[in-house]
Design a protein around this ligand. Structure first.
Ligand SMILES: *[C@@H]1O[C@H](CO)[C@@H](O)[C@H](O)[C@H]1NC(C)=O
Ligand SMILES: *[C@@H]1O[C@H](CO)[C@@H](O)[C@H](O)[C@H]1NC(C)=O
Ligand SMILES: *[C@@H]1O[C@H](CO)[C@@H](O)[C@H](O)[C@H]1NC(C)=O
Ligand SMILES: *[C@@H]1O[C@H](CO)[C@@H](O)[C@H](O)[C@H]1NC(C)=O
Length: 245
């Protein structure tokens, strides 16, 4: 799996082209049990939903469907009582010189194409359609593909005895599939049950559709991570207990 991960990271960086969006509404679910639940120790991870990335796809119909479905899911999670733990990641760096990344690292090419992402930069703020719930949700900085690199993500999940994570993510402008593969694989390797909501996953760049399908229908199910629809996810919420604190 590690080999595969690096092989995927080695492909040419994608340019942000709003015309090349990979987004599927025909992904088959890997979960056939109609009464499955996320259990009672689950967390929701909303990764890289920042204006600098979401703003590049919000004029496409696929981008708008992605935004609508992702916001619908986030709002449904917030309506749970008590709400389960939701963690948002924001990509930004200490200064506009991006000292956390080596100038010759492949990741630098991607980040540089988004711009000088600092904490106060409008591009690093959460896209306005996605709003953390005050006093419950956390927003963590990240500086790598893996959502838990250089922050307290894994510490929080372990401290809260989380065993299941549900991912929503935006990877337009980032290296093809970098975030989804890096994050799903690392969390899987740390023994979390990983769910990915297909309707809340979007890919850009060359071959975006082919790659999006390959990830959701080929690689993730093989891991195995569960690939589900937003309808299944919202349905499962009502059968899941939330244990936070
Ligand atoms: C979500 O995706 C599934 C299949 O992957 C599709 O049947 C469903 O219509 C999509 N839902 C929305 C709200 O786009
Ligand atoms: C389906 O999921 C429910 C809830 O997790 C579980 O109790 C049941 O045993 C599962 N059924 C099958 C056939 O795996
Ligand atoms: C797309 O997102 C950008 C950045 O947040 C924003 O300035 C722009 O108004 C948005 N466009 C649409 C059509 O929502
Ligand atoms: C980022 O900032 C540096 C100087 O701090 C500047 O040279 C460069 O043009 C900026 N890049 C972008 C994309 O704004």
């Amino acid at each position: 799996m590690k080999l595969l991960y690096w092989a995927v990271l080695a492909v040419a960086p994608c340019l942000v082209q709003s015309s090349a969006v990979g987004y599927s509404t025909t992904t088959p679910s890997t979960v056939t049990n109609s009464s499955f639940s996320f259990g009672s120790h689950y967390a929701v991870l909303n990764l890289d939903l920042i204006s600098g990335l979401v703003g590049t796809i919000n004029t496409t119909s696929q981008g708008q469907a992605f935004i609508k479905n992702t916001a619908k899911w986030i709002n449904a999670v917030h309506k749970q009582s008590p709400p389960p733990i939701s963690i948002f990641s924001r990509l930004y760096f200490s200064t506009s010189l991006l000292p956390e990344i080596s100038p010759d690292a492949p990741f630098m090419t991607d980040v540089a194409s988004v711009g000088n992402l600092t904490e106060s930069d409008p591009k690093s703020q959460l896209y306005p359609a996605f709003k953390p719930l005050p006093d419950y949700d956390l927003v963590l900085q990240k500086t790598r593909y893996f959502a838990g690199a250089d922050n307290t993500l894994v510490q929080i999940l372990q401290s809260q005895k989380i065993d299941t994570v549900i991912l929503n993510l935006e990877q337009s402008g980032l290296r093809t599939s970098g975030v989804i593969l890096a994050t799903a694989q690392r969390l899987f390797d740390l023994d979390f049950n990983v769910y990915v909501i297909a309707n809340n996953t979007l890919e850009t760049g060359s071959d975006a559709t082919k790659i999006n399908d390959a990830i959701l229908q080929g690689i993730l199910p093989k891991l195995p991570a569960n690939v589900i629809t937003i309808e299944q996810a919202i349905d499962a919420l009502s059968r899941s207990g939330a244990s936070y604190y």
